[in-house]
Design a protein around this ligand. Structure first.
Ligand code: NAD
Ligand code: IPM
Ligand code: MG
Length: 370
Protein backbone atom coordinates (compact mmCIF):
# COMPACT_ATOMS: atom_id res chain seq x y z
CA UNK A 1 0.00 0.00 0.00
CA UNK A 2 1.50 3.36 -1.01
CA UNK A 3 1.02 6.50 1.04
CA UNK A 4 -0.72 9.27 -0.92
CA UNK A 5 0.52 12.75 -0.29
CA UNK A 6 -2.25 15.34 -0.13
CA UNK A 7 -1.27 19.00 0.00
CA UNK A 8 -3.79 21.12 1.89
CA UNK A 9 -4.09 24.82 0.96
CA UNK A 10 -6.67 26.47 3.25
CA UNK A 11 -6.28 29.99 1.81
CA UNK A 12 -8.27 32.94 3.13
CA UNK A 13 -11.41 33.80 5.13
CA UNK A 14 -13.73 30.74 5.03
CA UNK A 15 -10.97 28.66 3.37
CA UNK A 16 -9.61 27.12 6.61
CA UNK A 17 -13.16 26.36 7.87
CA UNK A 18 -14.20 24.34 4.82
CA UNK A 19 -10.89 22.66 4.16
CA UNK A 20 -10.77 21.26 7.69
CA UNK A 21 -14.19 19.66 7.04
CA UNK A 22 -12.95 17.96 3.88
CA UNK A 23 -9.76 16.77 5.58
CA UNK A 24 -11.79 15.30 8.44
CA UNK A 25 -13.90 13.40 5.94
CA UNK A 26 -10.82 12.14 4.07
CA UNK A 27 -9.31 11.02 7.38
CA UNK A 28 -12.48 9.01 8.01
CA UNK A 29 -12.05 7.33 4.62
CA UNK A 30 -8.47 6.51 5.58
CA UNK A 31 -9.54 5.12 8.95
CA UNK A 32 -12.11 2.81 7.37
CA UNK A 33 -10.15 1.68 4.29
CA UNK A 34 -7.05 -0.36 4.97
CA UNK A 35 -5.68 0.14 1.44
CA UNK A 36 -5.71 3.97 1.55
CA UNK A 37 -3.16 5.93 3.54
CA UNK A 38 -2.82 9.70 3.35
CA UNK A 39 -0.10 12.06 4.41
CA UNK A 40 -1.41 15.63 4.70
CA UNK A 41 0.90 18.61 4.32
CA UNK A 42 -0.41 22.16 4.79
CA UNK A 43 0.83 25.26 2.95
CA UNK A 44 -0.25 28.86 2.63
CA UNK A 45 -1.70 30.41 -0.52
CA UNK A 46 -3.38 33.69 -1.44
CA UNK A 47 -3.66 36.50 1.08
CA UNK A 48 -2.33 34.28 3.89
CA UNK A 49 0.83 33.76 1.85
CA UNK A 50 1.10 37.46 1.01
CA UNK A 51 0.93 38.30 4.71
CA UNK A 52 3.52 35.67 5.64
CA UNK A 53 5.94 35.80 2.68
CA UNK A 54 5.01 38.83 0.55
CA UNK A 55 3.84 36.67 -2.36
CA UNK A 56 0.54 34.79 -2.97
CA UNK A 57 2.36 31.57 -3.88
CA UNK A 58 5.89 30.52 -2.92
CA UNK A 59 8.18 28.22 -4.90
CA UNK A 60 8.13 25.81 -1.94
CA UNK A 61 4.35 25.51 -2.17
CA UNK A 62 4.50 24.92 -5.92
CA UNK A 63 7.14 22.23 -5.40
CA UNK A 64 5.08 20.51 -2.70
CA UNK A 65 2.02 20.56 -4.98
CA UNK A 66 3.96 19.18 -7.94
CA UNK A 67 5.14 16.29 -5.76
CA UNK A 68 1.69 15.57 -4.31
CA UNK A 69 -0.84 12.95 -5.39
CA UNK A 70 -3.60 15.47 -4.88
CA UNK A 71 -4.18 19.02 -3.65
CA UNK A 72 -7.19 20.38 -1.81
CA UNK A 73 -7.76 24.12 -1.73
CA UNK A 74 -10.27 26.24 0.20
CA UNK A 75 -10.47 29.67 -1.39
CA UNK A 76 -8.35 32.78 -1.77
CA UNK A 77 -9.01 36.50 -1.76
CA UNK A 78 -10.55 39.27 0.27
CA UNK A 79 -11.02 43.02 0.32
CA UNK A 80 -7.93 43.63 2.46
CA UNK A 81 -5.45 42.70 -0.29
CA UNK A 82 -5.66 45.68 -2.63
CA UNK A 83 -2.31 45.80 -4.46
CA UNK A 84 -3.16 44.99 -8.12
CA UNK A 85 0.37 43.64 -8.59
CA UNK A 86 0.14 41.26 -5.64
CA UNK A 87 -3.33 39.80 -5.48
CA UNK A 88 -4.32 36.54 -3.70
CA UNK A 89 -6.05 35.35 -6.89
CA UNK A 90 -2.74 35.56 -8.78
CA UNK A 91 -1.46 32.79 -6.50
CA UNK A 92 -4.30 30.49 -7.51
CA UNK A 93 -3.87 31.23 -11.22
CA UNK A 94 -0.12 30.63 -10.98
CA UNK A 95 -0.75 27.35 -9.17
CA UNK A 96 -3.15 26.14 -11.87
CA UNK A 97 -0.64 27.09 -14.57
CA UNK A 98 2.33 25.53 -12.71
CA UNK A 99 0.43 22.26 -12.27
CA UNK A 100 -0.79 22.36 -15.88
CA UNK A 101 -4.34 21.60 -14.72
CA UNK A 102 -6.03 22.69 -17.94
CA UNK A 103 -9.34 20.87 -17.39
CA UNK A 104 -11.72 21.99 -14.67
CA UNK A 105 -14.70 19.71 -14.01
CA UNK A 106 -17.61 21.39 -12.24
CA UNK A 107 -20.49 18.94 -11.86
CA UNK A 108 -23.93 20.41 -11.25
CA UNK A 109 -26.50 18.09 -9.84
CA UNK A 110 -28.58 17.74 -6.70
CA UNK A 111 -26.41 16.35 -3.89
CA UNK A 112 -29.66 15.26 -2.23
CA UNK A 113 -33.29 14.77 -3.25
CA UNK A 114 -34.70 16.92 -0.48
CA UNK A 115 -32.91 20.01 -1.82
CA UNK A 116 -35.23 20.07 -4.82
CA UNK A 117 -38.03 21.75 -2.92
CA UNK A 118 -35.68 24.49 -1.70
CA UNK A 119 -34.28 25.31 -5.15
CA UNK A 120 -35.05 28.89 -6.23
CA UNK A 121 -36.27 27.29 -9.47
CA UNK A 122 -39.63 25.52 -9.71
CA UNK A 123 -39.26 21.81 -8.94
CA UNK A 124 -40.48 20.74 -12.38
CA UNK A 125 -37.74 22.87 -13.97
CA UNK A 126 -34.90 21.93 -11.63
CA UNK A 127 -35.69 18.22 -11.29
CA UNK A 128 -33.30 15.83 -13.03
CA UNK A 129 -30.61 18.39 -13.78
CA UNK A 130 -27.31 16.59 -14.17
CA UNK A 131 -24.53 18.16 -16.17
CA UNK A 132 -20.84 18.70 -15.73
CA UNK A 133 -19.22 21.91 -16.87
CA UNK A 134 -15.82 21.19 -18.39
CA UNK A 135 -14.04 24.51 -18.18
CA UNK A 136 -10.71 25.14 -19.93
CA UNK A 137 -8.55 26.44 -17.09
CA UNK A 138 -5.11 27.56 -18.20
CA UNK A 139 -5.80 29.63 -21.32
CA UNK A 140 -7.99 32.38 -22.67
CA UNK A 141 -8.25 35.87 -21.23
CA UNK A 142 -7.04 34.77 -17.80
CA UNK A 143 -3.57 34.22 -19.20
CA UNK A 144 -3.47 36.51 -22.26
CA UNK A 145 -1.26 39.57 -22.48
CA UNK A 146 -2.61 42.38 -20.39
CA UNK A 147 -2.08 46.11 -20.03
CA UNK A 148 -3.10 47.70 -16.76
CA UNK A 149 -4.37 51.26 -16.68
CA UNK A 150 -1.38 53.04 -15.25
CA UNK A 151 -2.96 56.45 -15.50
CA UNK A 152 -3.29 56.48 -19.29
CA UNK A 153 -7.01 55.75 -19.15
CA UNK A 154 -6.57 52.57 -21.19
CA UNK A 155 -6.44 48.93 -20.21
CA UNK A 156 -6.39 45.78 -22.31
CA UNK A 157 -6.90 42.06 -21.90
CA UNK A 158 -6.29 39.57 -24.69
CA UNK A 159 -8.00 36.20 -25.16
CA UNK A 160 -5.70 33.75 -26.94
CA UNK A 161 -6.40 30.06 -27.65
CA UNK A 162 -4.57 27.51 -29.78
CA UNK A 163 -5.83 24.43 -31.64
CA UNK A 164 -3.77 22.28 -29.26
CA UNK A 165 -5.42 23.75 -26.16
CA UNK A 166 -8.90 23.26 -27.60
CA UNK A 167 -8.20 19.78 -28.95
CA UNK A 168 -7.05 18.38 -25.61
CA UNK A 169 -10.04 19.71 -23.71
CA UNK A 170 -12.42 18.51 -26.44
CA UNK A 171 -10.94 15.02 -26.03
CA UNK A 172 -11.33 15.21 -22.25
CA UNK A 173 -14.98 16.29 -22.61
CA UNK A 174 -15.54 13.33 -24.94
CA UNK A 175 -13.85 10.97 -22.48
CA UNK A 176 -16.12 12.25 -19.72
CA UNK A 177 -19.22 11.89 -21.95
CA UNK A 178 -18.27 8.26 -22.51
CA UNK A 179 -18.20 7.53 -18.78
CA UNK A 180 -22.00 7.99 -18.75
CA UNK A 181 -24.26 5.09 -19.64
CA UNK A 182 -25.50 5.74 -22.29
CA UNK A 183 -22.81 8.22 -23.40
CA UNK A 184 -23.87 11.79 -22.65
CA UNK A 185 -24.28 14.57 -25.20
CA UNK A 186 -21.69 17.34 -25.18
CA UNK A 187 -22.80 20.97 -25.55
CA UNK A 188 -20.16 23.50 -26.54
CA UNK A 189 -20.85 27.02 -25.24
CA UNK A 190 -19.14 29.88 -27.04
CA UNK A 191 -19.59 33.30 -28.61
CA UNK A 192 -18.81 32.26 -32.20
CA UNK A 193 -21.03 35.01 -33.56
CA UNK A 194 -18.51 37.57 -32.30
CA UNK A 195 -15.20 36.14 -31.07
CA UNK A 196 -12.43 34.71 -33.27
CA UNK A 197 -11.35 32.37 -30.47
CA UNK A 198 -14.88 30.99 -30.25
CA UNK A 199 -14.81 30.25 -33.99
CA UNK A 200 -11.53 28.39 -33.48
CA UNK A 201 -13.17 26.44 -30.64
CA UNK A 202 -16.20 25.55 -32.76
CA UNK A 203 -14.15 24.39 -35.74
CA UNK A 204 -11.67 22.44 -33.62
CA UNK A 205 -14.21 20.73 -31.36
CA UNK A 206 -16.34 19.74 -34.39
CA UNK A 207 -13.27 18.17 -36.05
CA UNK A 208 -12.27 16.22 -32.93
CA UNK A 209 -15.79 14.84 -32.50
CA UNK A 210 -16.26 14.01 -36.20
CA UNK A 211 -12.91 12.25 -36.55
CA UNK A 212 -12.47 10.63 -33.14
CA UNK A 213 -15.90 10.40 -31.48
CA UNK A 214 -18.49 10.14 -34.28
CA UNK A 215 -20.81 8.15 -32.00
CA UNK A 216 -21.15 11.08 -29.56
CA UNK A 217 -23.67 13.90 -29.90
CA UNK A 218 -22.14 17.37 -30.10
CA UNK A 219 -24.38 20.42 -29.77
CA UNK A 220 -23.55 24.13 -30.02
CA UNK A 221 -25.11 26.90 -27.97
CA UNK A 222 -24.15 30.55 -27.78
CA UNK A 223 -23.09 31.47 -24.26
CA UNK A 224 -25.64 34.26 -23.79
CA UNK A 225 -28.64 32.13 -24.63
CA UNK A 226 -27.07 29.24 -22.67
CA UNK A 227 -27.14 31.46 -19.58
CA UNK A 228 -30.86 31.89 -20.15
CA UNK A 229 -31.45 28.16 -20.79
CA UNK A 230 -29.60 27.28 -17.61
CA UNK A 231 -32.40 28.76 -15.53
CA UNK A 232 -35.34 28.37 -17.95
CA UNK A 233 -34.83 24.73 -18.95
CA UNK A 234 -31.55 23.52 -17.45
CA UNK A 235 -32.12 19.85 -18.37
CA UNK A 236 -31.44 20.79 -22.01
CA UNK A 237 -27.80 21.11 -20.94
CA UNK A 238 -27.68 17.68 -19.28
CA UNK A 239 -24.51 15.77 -20.08
CA UNK A 240 -21.21 17.56 -20.59
CA UNK A 241 -21.05 21.34 -21.01
CA UNK A 242 -17.76 22.29 -22.64
CA UNK A 243 -16.56 25.87 -22.56
CA UNK A 244 -13.63 28.25 -22.19
CA UNK A 245 -12.06 29.68 -19.07
CA UNK A 246 -14.11 32.86 -18.53
CA UNK A 247 -17.45 31.51 -19.76
CA UNK A 248 -16.94 28.44 -17.55
CA UNK A 249 -16.22 30.59 -14.50
CA UNK A 250 -19.43 32.56 -14.93
CA UNK A 251 -21.76 29.81 -16.02
CA UNK A 252 -20.68 27.46 -13.20
CA UNK A 253 -21.59 30.01 -10.52
CA UNK A 254 -24.94 30.39 -12.26
CA UNK A 255 -25.42 26.63 -12.24
CA UNK A 256 -25.21 26.56 -8.44
CA UNK A 257 -28.55 28.34 -8.29
CA UNK A 258 -30.20 25.14 -9.54
CA UNK A 259 -29.46 23.01 -6.44
CA UNK A 260 -29.76 26.17 -4.35
CA UNK A 261 -26.38 27.39 -3.10
CA UNK A 262 -22.91 28.27 -4.28
CA UNK A 263 -21.71 26.38 -1.22
CA UNK A 264 -22.82 23.03 -2.63
CA UNK A 265 -20.76 22.54 -5.77
CA UNK A 266 -17.32 20.93 -6.01
CA UNK A 267 -14.67 21.03 -8.72
CA UNK A 268 -11.63 19.10 -9.84
CA UNK A 269 -8.87 20.54 -12.01
CA UNK A 270 -6.85 17.98 -13.92
CA UNK A 271 -3.78 17.88 -16.13
CA UNK A 272 -5.17 14.89 -18.02
CA UNK A 273 -7.04 11.66 -17.39
CA UNK A 274 -6.30 9.12 -14.65
CA UNK A 275 -4.60 6.08 -16.15
CA UNK A 276 -3.87 7.87 -19.43
CA UNK A 277 -1.70 10.78 -18.26
CA UNK A 278 1.65 10.27 -16.60
CA UNK A 279 2.24 12.31 -13.46
CA UNK A 280 -1.35 13.47 -13.38
CA UNK A 281 -1.91 16.59 -11.28
CA UNK A 282 -5.24 17.08 -9.55
CA UNK A 283 -6.32 20.16 -7.62
CA UNK A 284 -9.76 20.10 -6.03
CA UNK A 285 -11.66 23.08 -4.63
CA UNK A 286 -15.26 24.19 -4.22
CA UNK A 287 -16.41 26.50 -7.02
CA UNK A 288 -17.13 29.37 -4.63
CA UNK A 289 -14.83 32.00 -3.18
CA UNK A 290 -13.57 33.01 0.25
CA UNK A 291 -16.93 34.53 1.32
CA UNK A 292 -15.49 37.23 3.64
CA UNK A 293 -19.06 38.22 4.56
CA UNK A 294 -19.64 35.03 6.56
CA UNK A 295 -16.12 34.01 7.62
CA UNK A 296 -15.47 33.07 11.25
CA UNK A 297 -19.11 32.52 12.21
CA UNK A 298 -19.13 28.73 11.83
CA UNK A 299 -22.03 28.87 9.35
CA UNK A 300 -20.27 28.12 6.08
CA UNK A 301 -21.67 25.32 3.96
CA UNK A 302 -18.86 22.72 3.76
CA UNK A 303 -20.63 20.46 1.24
CA UNK A 304 -18.89 21.78 -1.92
CA UNK A 305 -15.49 21.21 -0.32
CA UNK A 306 -16.38 17.79 1.10
CA UNK A 307 -17.64 16.73 -2.34
CA UNK A 308 -14.40 18.11 -3.82
CA UNK A 309 -12.62 15.58 -1.60
CA UNK A 310 -14.74 12.89 -3.26
CA UNK A 311 -13.63 14.15 -6.69
CA UNK A 312 -10.01 13.93 -5.56
CA UNK A 313 -10.53 10.29 -4.66
CA UNK A 314 -12.26 9.60 -7.98
CA UNK A 315 -10.08 11.49 -10.44
CA UNK A 316 -6.64 11.46 -8.78
CA UNK A 317 -6.63 8.21 -6.83
CA UNK A 318 -9.09 6.04 -8.77
CA UNK A 319 -10.89 5.34 -5.47
CA UNK A 320 -14.40 5.22 -6.92
CA UNK A 321 -16.09 3.28 -4.12
CA UNK A 322 -14.83 5.69 -1.47
CA UNK A 323 -15.78 8.74 -3.56
CA UNK A 324 -19.30 7.40 -3.97
CA UNK A 325 -19.46 6.70 -0.22
CA UNK A 326 -18.72 10.36 0.57
CA UNK A 327 -21.44 11.45 -1.86
CA UNK A 328 -23.90 9.01 -0.29
CA UNK A 329 -23.04 10.26 3.22
CA UNK A 330 -23.62 13.89 2.16
CA UNK A 331 -26.94 12.93 0.60
CA UNK A 332 -28.04 11.15 3.76
CA UNK A 333 -27.17 14.14 5.94
CA UNK A 334 -28.94 16.66 3.71
CA UNK A 335 -31.98 14.39 3.58
CA UNK A 336 -32.00 13.71 7.32
CA UNK A 337 -35.43 14.93 8.37
CA UNK A 338 -34.98 13.78 11.95
CA UNK A 339 -33.62 17.23 12.80
CA UNK A 340 -36.19 20.00 12.39
CA UNK A 341 -38.03 17.95 9.76
CA UNK A 342 -36.15 19.41 6.80
CA UNK A 343 -32.66 17.95 6.54
CA UNK A 344 -29.46 19.33 7.92
CA UNK A 345 -28.81 22.61 6.09
CA UNK A 346 -26.58 25.61 6.71
CA UNK A 347 -27.90 29.18 6.56
CA UNK A 348 -27.33 29.62 2.79
CA UNK A 349 -30.06 27.00 2.33
CA UNK A 350 -32.34 28.44 4.97
CA UNK A 351 -31.26 26.11 7.79
CA UNK A 352 -29.45 26.70 11.06
CA UNK A 353 -26.92 23.87 11.01
CA UNK A 354 -23.30 24.78 11.63
CA UNK A 355 -20.27 23.83 9.52
CA UNK A 356 -19.00 21.49 12.25
CA UNK A 357 -22.46 19.94 12.70
CA UNK A 358 -22.73 19.02 9.02
CA UNK A 359 -19.17 17.71 9.01
CA UNK A 360 -19.73 15.55 12.09
CA UNK A 361 -22.92 14.15 10.60
CA UNK A 362 -21.18 13.32 7.30
CA UNK A 363 -18.35 11.60 9.17
CA UNK A 364 -20.84 9.52 11.17
CA UNK A 365 -22.74 8.47 8.05
CA UNK A 366 -19.52 7.66 6.24
CA UNK A 367 -18.40 5.42 9.09
CA UNK A 368 -21.65 3.47 8.68
CA UNK A 369 -21.32 3.22 4.88
CA UNK A 370 -17.64 2.21 4.61
N1 NAD B 1 -11.32 29.49 -5.92
C1 NAD B 1 -11.20 30.61 -5.23
O1 NAD B 1 -10.32 30.74 -4.41
C2 NAD B 1 -12.18 31.71 -5.43
C3 NAD B 1 -13.35 31.52 -6.18
C4 NAD B 1 -14.23 32.60 -6.32
C5 NAD B 1 -13.97 33.82 -5.72
N2 NAD B 1 -12.80 33.96 -5.00
C6 NAD B 1 -12.51 35.20 -4.26
O2 NAD B 1 -13.38 35.21 -3.12
C7 NAD B 1 -13.58 36.59 -2.73
C8 NAD B 1 -15.07 36.86 -2.53
O3 NAD B 1 -15.73 36.75 -3.79
P1 NAD B 1 -17.30 36.81 -3.98
O4 NAD B 1 -17.92 37.40 -2.76
O5 NAD B 1 -17.60 37.38 -5.29
O6 NAD B 1 -17.74 35.27 -4.11
P2 NAD B 1 -17.94 34.15 -3.00
O7 NAD B 1 -18.13 32.88 -3.73
O8 NAD B 1 -16.85 34.20 -2.00
O9 NAD B 1 -19.30 34.55 -2.25
C9 NAD B 1 -20.49 34.87 -2.94
C10 NAD B 1 -21.69 34.71 -1.98
O10 NAD B 1 -21.90 33.32 -1.74
C11 NAD B 1 -21.80 33.02 -0.36
N3 NAD B 1 -21.07 31.75 -0.21
C12 NAD B 1 -19.98 31.36 -0.90
N4 NAD B 1 -19.56 30.17 -0.48
C13 NAD B 1 -20.40 29.80 0.51
C14 NAD B 1 -20.48 28.66 1.35
N5 NAD B 1 -19.62 27.64 1.26
N6 NAD B 1 -21.47 28.60 2.26
C15 NAD B 1 -22.37 29.60 2.36
N7 NAD B 1 -22.35 30.70 1.59
C16 NAD B 1 -21.36 30.82 0.68
C17 NAD B 1 -21.02 34.18 0.26
O11 NAD B 1 -21.33 34.33 1.63
C18 NAD B 1 -21.44 35.34 -0.62
O12 NAD B 1 -22.62 35.91 -0.12
C19 NAD B 1 -12.95 37.44 -3.85
O13 NAD B 1 -11.71 37.88 -3.38
C20 NAD B 1 -12.78 36.46 -5.00
O14 NAD B 1 -11.73 36.78 -5.86
C21 NAD B 1 -11.93 32.93 -4.83
C1 IPM C 1 -10.58 33.52 -7.81
C2 IPM C 1 -10.68 33.40 -9.29
C3 IPM C 1 -9.32 33.59 -9.89
C4 IPM C 1 -11.29 32.06 -9.73
C5 IPM C 1 -11.45 32.03 -11.25
O1 IPM C 1 -11.92 33.01 -11.84
O2 IPM C 1 -11.10 31.00 -11.82
C6 IPM C 1 -12.64 31.74 -9.14
O3 IPM C 1 -13.63 32.62 -9.50
C7 IPM C 1 -13.03 30.32 -9.49
O4 IPM C 1 -14.14 30.12 -9.97
O5 IPM C 1 -12.24 29.39 -9.23
MG1 MG D 1 -15.43 31.66 -10.08
Amino acid sequence: MSVKKIVVLPGDHIGPEIVSSAVEVLKTVEKKCSDLKFEFEEHKIGGASIDAYGTPLTDETIKACLEADGIILGAVGGPEWTNPNCRPEQGLLKLRKSLGVWANLRPCTFPSKSLLKYSPLKSEIAEGVDFCVVRELTGGCYFGERTEDNGSGHAMDTWPYSVEEVTRIARLAAWLAQTYNPPAPVTLLDKANVLATSRLWRKTVAKVFKEEFPHLTLKNQLIDSAAMLMVKSPRTLNGVVLTDNLFGDIISDESSVIPGSLGLLPSASLSGIYGQTENLNCLVEPIHGSAPDIAGQGIVNPVGTILSGALLLRYALNAHKEAAAIEAAVEKVLDDTSIGGRGLYTRDLGGDAKTVGITKAVVEELEKIL
